[in-house]
Write a protein that binds this ligand. Structure first.
Ligand code: MG
Ligand code: MG
Length: 241
């Protein structure tokens, strides 16, 4: 899973290097797929439940599951979420980041920074003997402090031989509730944080999820393993944002 995680993290690096005004989300998706396949891995999302891309690429008020397209061109001031997974030697990695396109507004930058830190607040609650609810409570409490909201309809998840395994890992929760955390657990922790309401809406394409109020949304995800020695971030490859 460390190897699958590394390939996943590197794919995000590859995408980040290419992000600029004028590039299409299809171009980013092609670069991601090329990197993953070059490593002898497979894009986890390609064909998953019928998804047509290697990565989910979602812009501004799109929360998750944006479909890469040659007609979606990044513009100066956009924020773009890239969510990618790699399947290698029987195991998956899953990671997402939100990147600025050129110069973005202070408020967008703040949303990205708070979303990233909310992930680390969640990670701080991952300890042997704690509960799943402790993770989401830490994330949601932090985010609310900034006036942002936590998406409820989509959640993190266990991950291993399948991309999506039990348990669900909501980004909100009640301390001390939910499945107990034990050594060997591997989960994708992925706060999806909205500027306004937590309500979301599915577009007619059957994939793209937008904020109901069309304000911005940010996403930050890593695949993490809980061990006797602590938490290992399997998809972190020093990629900044
Ligand atoms: Mg993901
Ligand atoms: Mg995930």
């Amino acid at each position: 899973m460390r190897e699958a995680g590394r390939i996943t993290g590197e794919a995000l690096l590859v995408a980040r290097e290419r992000i600029r005004p004028g590039i299409s989300t299809k171009d980013l998706d092609d670069a991601i797929r090329h990197h993953i396949e070059k490593q002898g891995a497979k894009p986890s999302f390609l064909g998953l439940y019928g998804f047509p891309g290697s990565a989910c690429i979602s812009i501004n008020d799109e929360v998750i599951h944006g479909i890469p397209s040659k007609d979606r061109i990044l513009q100066e001031g956009d924020i773009v979420k890239i969510d990618v997974g790699a399947f290698y030697k029987g195991y998956h990695g899953d990671s997402a980041r939100t990147f600025p396109v050129g110069k973005i507004s202070d408020e967008a930058a703040r949303l990205i920074a708070v979303t990233k830190q909310s992930f680390y607040e969640g990670i701080g609650a991952i300890k042997i003997g704690n509960r799943i609810g402790d993770i989401g409570h830490a994330i949601d409490t932090y985010v609310r402090g900034f006036g942002f909201s936590t998406v409820r309809k989509f959640v993190g998840h266990g991950i291993g031989r399948d991309v999506h395994e039990s348990p669900d890992v909501p980004n909100f929760g009640t301390p001390g509730r939910g499945p107990r955390l034990c050594a060997g657990l591997v989960i994708a922790v992925e706060p999806m944080i909205n500027q306004g309401t937590y309500d979301v809406q599915m577009l007619p394409d059957g994939w793209t999820v937008k904020t109901a109020d069309r304000r911005l949304s940010a996403h930050y995800e890593n695949t993490v393993a809980l061990t006797e020695e602590g938490v290992i971030n399997l998809t972190e490859v020093e990629i900044g944002e």
